[in-house]
Design a protein around this ligand. Structure first.
Ligand SMILES: [Zn+2]
Length: 327
């Protein structure tokens, strides 16, 4: 079950959006066992603020929003819920990922596969080991579960509620296994709209729900090529695919939240923000120009990526980082 939130267009400024998502999460936290809401990756880059040293549309040659290096408050705390020690990524390619140009091409899919195969054990993902608690030992590893294609079982105009059906059907139809430690990602092609808020309120989200096949942790990440100004940090990506490069930063965000807060009752702060929310759309101080001139901040496997920072939990204060040694 999901709560529906109506938000007027007047609050579509990025900062307000972020607050809107926090309000939504607060409602969940106060409800305890009430309706499960999803946690969103806020739509747009933050405006200039105390933690940013650049505007949200940097000029040519400027690094992207770096974010601050100080302690991030309020602190993130553990609320006792389950964690996923080692998540498995499952991908459902929804729509038409077989185009000859644009973002949703077989070459674009390969960028995502390469990311999924190299994020586990990376210095970036190892930041999540700081959330081990309650007898759960987060390893920082990620398993590559598998993938399947759904060319459009729920049509081209999705709602949030469609995503659970798409995941559940992939499993009940035998296209993917049921995995209690799985995080099932529905990645849409650029001709698919998600009308509950993609591109206007969020770029992706994760949640948990019971399907007919069992308890599912899953995520929607929309094709950023539909709205690069909202859901990508730059209009060129380090892998030459602005839409997919933008999606990967959102996938990383949702994966680490699904690891540390899979059922929305584990790690979040007093405002309801999860680990990656607190560093959303900041890329740190290790940015460099990839060979094609796009900004990147980490190399995973044989590729460069630009991925928003994650929060490292420390008893002495939480910090946004790209890895243990670098803000
Ligand atoms: Zn988030």
């Amino acid at each position: 079950m999901k709560r529906t939130i109506s938000i007027s267009l007047a609050v579509l400024a990025a900062v307000c959006l972020f607050r809107a998502s926090q309000l939504l999460n607060t409602a969940h936290a106060q409800n305890g066992g009430g309706p499960v809401v999803h946690r969103v990756n806020p739509e747009s880059l933050p405006d200039n603020g105390p933690e940013t040293n650049r505007g949200n549309r940097p000029g040519i040659g400027d690094a992207l929003t770096t974010g601050g290096t100080g302690v991030v408050t309020p602190a993130i705390t553990y609320h006792g819920g389950a964690l996923i020690q080692t998540p498995s990524i499952y991908i459902i390619w929804y729509g038409n990922w077989n185009q000859t140009n644009g973002s949703d091409t077989p070459a674009g899919q390969q960028i995502v596969r390469d990311f999924a195969g190299s994020i586990g054990g990376s210095p970036y993902f190892l930041l999540n080991t700081s959330y081990s608690a309650g007898g759960y030992n987060i390893t920082g590893l990620v398993l590559n579960g598998g993938e399947t294609t759904d060319t459009g079982s729920a049509g081209t105009r999705l709602r949030d509620s469609s995503i659970l059906n798409i995941v559940n059907n992939a499993i009940s139809g035998g296209k993917l296994p049921y995995d209690a430690n799985g995080v099932y990602f529905v990645l849409t092609s650029s001709n698919i709209s998600e009308q509950s808020g993609f591109c206007t309120r969020y770029c992706g989200w994760h949640t948990a729900n019971n399907g007919s096949v069992g308890h599912l942790r899953y995520s929607f990440v929309g094709n950023a090529n539909r709205c690069l100004s909202a859901c990508a940090a730059q209009t060129n990506g380090p892998n030459g695919n602005a839409g997919v490069d933008g999606m990967i930063s959102v996938i990383a965000h949702e994966l680490e939240e699904a690891t540390s807060d899979p059922d929305l009752n584990a790690w979040y702060d007093s405002g309801g923000s999860e680990n990656a929310d607190k560093c959303a759309w900041t890329f740190g101080h290790a940015q460099y120009l990839a060979a094609n001139g796009a900004w990147a901040n980490m190399r995973l496997g044989t590729r460069d990526f630009l991925i928003q920072r994650n929060l490292q939990h420390n008893t002495s204060g939480d910090l946004c980082k790209v890895n243990a040694n670098q803000n």
